[in-house]
Design a protein around this ligand. Structure first.
Ligand code: GLN
Length: 462
């Protein structure tokens, strides 16, 4: 059997194995589709950067060979007539599309409990969530079913599940990677992002998918993503520690793991300085106005006429829309559409959307000021807690939204940011976050790779 064929068979075996299948992390895959991918890859020159690599794809990124549902009934069975640019680039580099992964419906959530096709289980503890919304991709990488996966970030949906599952998750600068073929949620925030077991693999994947695309007017040309070999030390690097990310009531295990990571940074020669990002507390409220506002506009296209499922109704076209959208969207998506429509409505636009935009500018300004003052990278915890229990936050949307407090700010500012494993607390993974200036992914990844080599990611923090 060909090289790629053997890899494809091994992936199919892993996806079908009981310990992986029970996670409910995949929404579509087949042995036939994998075999076709293998045959295609075998016909390519073998010098592709990702030659024969199986990559899982979040199910809000369109593929021609497998359906795209966004975890929603409204798109059940939908098949795109084209591949997303990122999928085309992976395939051209020799990668194989392994499967489509489960997600919170339309990427709205922080636990992957809001999928119309059931929740995803945390690979280490089935009573817990893997984080979200890209929980399926995170769980598959953590379970060792694939070496890497694509997810998407609007407000932390790759970094937060990477942290919960103990893998690497990298969100690029807004515009670094084409959004063509990523189903739109919040267009000014959305970024295709990557998961991998190691920092080096995440960097390779990002390098393949990055770069301008004539089909996405918000993708940017320069400067090119420059991966750097990790240096022997972090000498000459100034790392800012924003005090707003280390509140007195931070989970003690997370605080301890961050302290240990900061000690390693000092050992490696980095200079650590405390900084302040004073508008951090505005990030969650601003995000949960801006993102739903954009989502309400973007989701108008799912009307029963243009895409996917159409609910039978006897009335006029309005009745068709109502029936399709009422039955097709789950509770969280309906909540976002209601909030988004409200904050954009004529009488309330300035009171809510206008103020959220102003807060967004201040948050961006905080970051710019820190970087202008000589900080190369910022270090924070990725999440305020380790993976929480399923059902713990589903009845309280605001508690769920607060799981994003440390990841939302970089999304609002469009900055590159990543999570990587820095230890464990009671056996559960803890992620550390690095945030970099625009287009400084190379610096961020090199520092993370250096730290990855210096830290024991499975050591208990206390
Ligand atoms: N948890 C956030 C939300 O629910 C982020 C989602 C995302 O990044 N796609 O909107």
């Amino acid at each position: 059997m060909s090289g790629a064929g053997a890899v494809a068979r091994a992936v199919a075996e892993r996806l079908a194995a009981a310990d992986v299948a029970r996670l409910n992390a995949t929404l579509a895959w087949s042995e036939a589709a994998l075999a076709a991918e293998a045959a295609r890859v075998d016909a390519l020159p073998d010098d592709g950067v990702l030659h024969q690599w199986p990559v899982a794809i979040k199910d809000n990124i369109v593929t021609t060979d497998l359906p795209t549902t966004c975890g929603s009934r409204i798109l059940q069975g939908y098949r795109s007539p084209f591949n997303a640019t990122v999928v085309e680039r992976l395939r051209a580099a020799g990668a194989m599309v392994a499967c489509k992964t489960n997600l919170d419906e339309f990427a709205m959530g922080s636990s992957t409990e809001h999928s119309a096709f059931g929740r995803v289980l945390h690979p280490q503890d089935p009573s817990r969530v893997p984080g979200g919304s890209s929980g399926g991709s995170a769980a598959l990488v953590a379970a060792g079913a694939v070496a890497a996966a694509l997810g998407s970030e609007t407000g932390g949906s790759v970094r937060q599940p990477a942290s919960f599952c103990g893998v690497v998750g990298v969100k690029p600068t807004y515009g670094r990677v084409s959004r063509y073929g990523l189903v739109a949620f919040g267009s000014s925030l959305d970024c295709v992002s990557v998961f991998a077991r190691t920092v080096a693999i995440a960097g390779q994947l990002l390098e393949v998918i990055a770069g301008p695309d004539s089909r996405d007017a918000t993708s940017v040309a320069a400067p090119k993503l420059a991966l750097q070999p990790p240096g022997a030390s972090l000498a000459g690097t100034t790392i800012g520690i924003p005090r707003e990310y280390f509140p007195a009531d931070l989970d003690p295990g997370i605080q301890a793991a961050c302290n240990r990571a900061m000690d390693r940074m000092r050992d490696l020669g980095a200079r650590l300085i405390e900084v302040s990002l004073p508008h951090t507390s505005l990030a969650v409220p601003a995000y949960y106005i801006v993102a739903p506002a954009e989502a309400a506009a973007n989701l108008a296209r799912f009307d029963g006429a243009r895409y996917g499922v159409r609910a039978e109704s006897s009335g006029d076209v309005r009745a068709l829309y109502r029936a399709t959208r009422g039955r097709g969207f789950g509770a969280e998506v309906r909540r976002r559409i209601l909030v988004g429509t409200y904050v954009l409505s004529a009488g309330y636009h300035e009171a809510y959307y206008g103020r959220a935009q102003a807060a967004r500018r201040r948050i961006t300004g905080d970051f710019s000021a820190a970087f202008a003052a000589g900080v190369d990278l910022l270090f924070t915890p990725t999440t305020p807690t380790t993976a929480f229990r399923a059902g713990e936050k589903t009845a309280d949307p605001v508690a769920m939204y607060l799981a994003d407090v440390f990841v939302c700010p970089a999304s609002l500012a469009g900055l590159p940011a990543m999570s990587f494993p820095i230890g464990r607390s009671e056996g559960l993974p803890i992620g550390g976050q690095l945030i970099a200036p625009p287009f400084a992914e190379g610096v961020m990844l090199a520092a993370a790779a250096r730290l990855e080599a210096a830290l024991d990611p499975v050591a208990e923090a206390r």
